[in-house]
Design a protein around this ligand. Structure first.
Ligand code: G6P
Length: 598
């Protein structure tokens, strides 16, 4: 994934570091900056978070107008070390890169081993550029020749001592945007978020775009052709996110769910569901295919139950990294829905490209407007969760599933297959989500206390049935992501076909026991585990004394109310366990929020 920034102007160190802080969600194994001024060169790289880079470069003062590039890394090739951190340097140039250069080994073979300092795929770019420059004696031609040799995915920024005023850029399958302020100065970054406050117009580059930016001009090419540049206004209301009194973004985002859900619903719910943003006949599709990764995939899995129950439409859920390499036989009359918080996830994006080629109609359910997935889809619905900063996704999950729930009702409405009673019941339930998603103080305290019993053991099973089963998967994923415990979500009815062999007091089972779906069956499955001495914690509104522990949710009759109150419990439980273990829940090890590499 990685985040990149480039800037030309004064206060360059501060500007680059501020931009990198906004991009830290894309990876934080290491970071680095390179700055070139008339009489000066500064390069600094450090392992770990951006604050380390900030500290290490605190004595560097530069008041001149300069050019600079900065990078925050999520390691793909080579461990997170200072040497492997970007920028990578040659004799006279510096490069940063987000993506993967797939043919880097091949390209390296053509060059002397002595040139290479790092184990990264990226370093090859800077040496290729310098070879090409030595042959062509022209920076732009050398850069062009370099990117022609690369295979894979990339957003690249390169600066060179040979001019000290240009930033060269190229984009293929990794995001890159160029922003402009009122004075006509340019800035480059992986995302709008990393642009400075005064940037008010933007272009999101297309695949194959490359060019050069200098202080007050820009040249953009694609396929050897010069391209016209059409800047769009950048919404000045940057999705700025602060912790607002919470210690962690994850905690803030869990608590925020009850308010952001109102934005998700706004103008979409009255006595019926409407999506004014959609310009298609939603009733015409014979089936639905949903594709996603991670938490978005778990939201998709849950929505399958709703599309089938409410809209009576056959629904298949696909993991993007699998779908893209299969030879899938897809229903040409299906609606293909991509779900993504970031709108940038490489595998989800590639699947979207693939099905568009096959001629399927595509819809994105996404949190980030103007993201690659939104731009490429025929239609899109924004989840309006607000900026989510915690790597472990929380409010994105609830807003995604709410949109999908509403979409299932919308399809049923348009197909004329939902009764007035059911429509009224579903709408009432949706409008009550605000209070369902509120976090009772007493619940949080209870989970905090109880979490200390779950800090050891040889693993967790999260079990549930029906629509609650994907929620069990999500509960296990949350716990894995931030506590680093082994945790598995499992359909409760399947435990007896293998996993129950693991049952003993050191096996922790978190069991979701809703009253609204398969209550008796689920209870039997829990009893089977209790009988085999597993340590069981029930999340539900009844059967307080059945197991070792009990986390009580309010009594609700609607399945989605039980579902969402259990979601809050699972999010808090994983957070409290991780905090007791001393982990940084906002930036868990090895993960990144936006996965822009496959
Ligand atoms: C990463 C994040 C997850 C997220 C997944 C899919 O793995 O850490 O939280 O669910 O990517 O991301 P998307 O932006 O496509 O929803």
């Amino acid at each position: 994934m990685c985040g990149i920034v480039g800037y030309i102007g004064k206060d360059i160190k501060e500007t680059l570091i501020d931009g990198l802080k906004e991009l830290e969600y894309r990876g934080y194994d290491s970071s680095g900056i390179a700055i070139l001024s008339k009489n000066d060169l500064f390069i600094k790289k450090t392992v770990g978070k951006i604050e380390n880079l900030e500290l290490a470069s605190k004595d560097y003062v530069n008041t001149e107008k300069s050019i600079g590039i900065g990078h925050t890394r999520w390691a793909t090739h080579g461990k997170p070390t200072d040497i492997n951190a970007h920028p990578h340097l040659g004799e006279f140039s510096f490069v940063i890169h987000n993506g993967i250069i797939e043919n880097f080994q091949e390209l390296k073979k053509e060059m002397s081993d002595d040139l290479f300092l790092s184990q990264t795929d990226t370093e090859v770019i800077v040496h290729l550029f310098e070879n090409n420059f030595n042959k062509l004696n022209d920076e732009l031609e050398a850069f062009k020749a370099t990117i022609k040799m690369l295979r894979g995915s990339y957003a690249i920024l390169l600066i060179s001592k040979t001019s000290k005023e240009n930033i060269y850029f190229a984009k293929l399958n990794s995001p890159l945007a160029i922003g402009k302020n009122d004075n006509g100065n340019y800035s480059l970054a992986s995302s709008d978020l990393a642009m400075q406050e005064d940037i008010n117009s933007i272009i999101h580059l297309d695949d194959g775009d490359y060019g050069v930016v200098c202080e007050d001009s820009i040249s953009l090419f694609n396929n050897e052709e010069k391209k016209n540049i059409a800047f769009k206004t950048l919404n000045s209301n940057k999705l700025f996110s602060q912790k607002e009194g919470y210690k962690f973004f994850m905690e803030k985002e869990i608590y925020e769910q009850s308010t952001v859900i109102c934005d998700t619903l706004a103008s979409r719910v009255s006595d019926k569901i409407s999506f004014d943003e959609l310009n298609m006949d939603i009733s015409k599709f014979s089936s639905i295919i949903i594709c996603a990764c991670g938490t978005s995939y778990n939201a998709a899995l849950s929505s399958k139950y709703l599309f089938e129950q409410i809209a009576k439409i056959s629904t298949n859920i696909e993991i993007a990294s699998e779908l893209r390499y299969r030879e899938p036989v897809l229903d040409k009359n299906a609606l293909f829905i991509s779900i993504s918080q970031s709108g940038e996830t490489a595998d989800t994006l590639e699947c979207l490209k693939m099905v568009k080629k096959m001629g399927l109609k595509t819809l994105a359910v996404c949190n980030v407007d103007n993201s690659a997935i939104v731009r490429l889809s025929d239609e899109y619905i924004l989840t309006r969760a607000g900026f989510e900063k915690g790597v472990a996704s929380t409010k994105s999950f609830t807003t995604q599933l709410t949109i999908l729930w509403m979409l299932s009702i919308f399809i049923a409405q348009e197909k004329n297959i939902i009764s007035d009673e059911l429509l009224e019941k579903e709408i009432k339930a949706i409008l009550e989500l605000y209070s369902v998603l509120e976090v009772p103080k007493i619940l949080h305290e209870k989970i905090h206390k109880l979490s200390k019993r779950y800090l050891h053991g040889h693993g967790f099973f999260f079990i549930a049935r029906d629509i609650f089963y994907p929620l069990a998967l999500e509960g296990a994923l949350k716990l894995k992501e931030i506590s680093y415990f082994h945790a598995e979500g499992y359909p409760a009815g399947e435990m007896k076909h293998g996993p129950i062999a693991l049952a003993d007091p050191e096996l922790f089972t978190i069991a979701l026991l809703p009253r609204s779906r398969l209550y008796e069956k689920m209870k039997s499955n829990i009893q089977e585990l209790i009988a085999r001495d597993s340590t069981v914690c029930i999340i539900g509104s009844s059967d307080k004394d059945l197991a070792d522990d009990f986390i009580e949710i309010k009594e609700y009759s609607h399945q989605m109310h039980e579902y969402f109150s259990m979601t809050i419990v699972l999010q808090l439980l994983s957070m409290e366990i991780a905090l007791r273990l001393g982990h940084d829940v906002d930036m868990p090890r090895n993960l990144a929020k936006s996965v822009t590499v496959e």
